[in-house]
Design a protein around this ligand. Sequence first.
Ligand code: SF4
Ligand code: SF4
Length: 70
Amino acid sequence: MKKVYKHGEVVLKISHEKCTGSGECVEACPMKILELVAGKSVCVDIEKCISCCACVNACPEKAIEHSMCG
Ligand code: SF4
Ligand code: SF4
């Protein structure tokens, strides 16, 4: 399952198959809009995303895709 979060041109996708709940993305996000819920990363407020790509770069499982990153 891929959870998809959209706001304007921002599209953030988190693969729940790939996510191991390691938490690096949660730590990396400067806007604090990623949280672990039941061991998976979820985005709680996509409207605040500044497209910094920190979450994409932090994830060792390549579980996060972002429309403005890479
Ligand atoms: S792109 Fe940046 S602001 Fe947006 S969710 Fe990822 S780390 Fe947070
Ligand atoms: S860094 Fe990747 S594997 Fe770790 S919690 Fe975030 S999305 Fe899941």
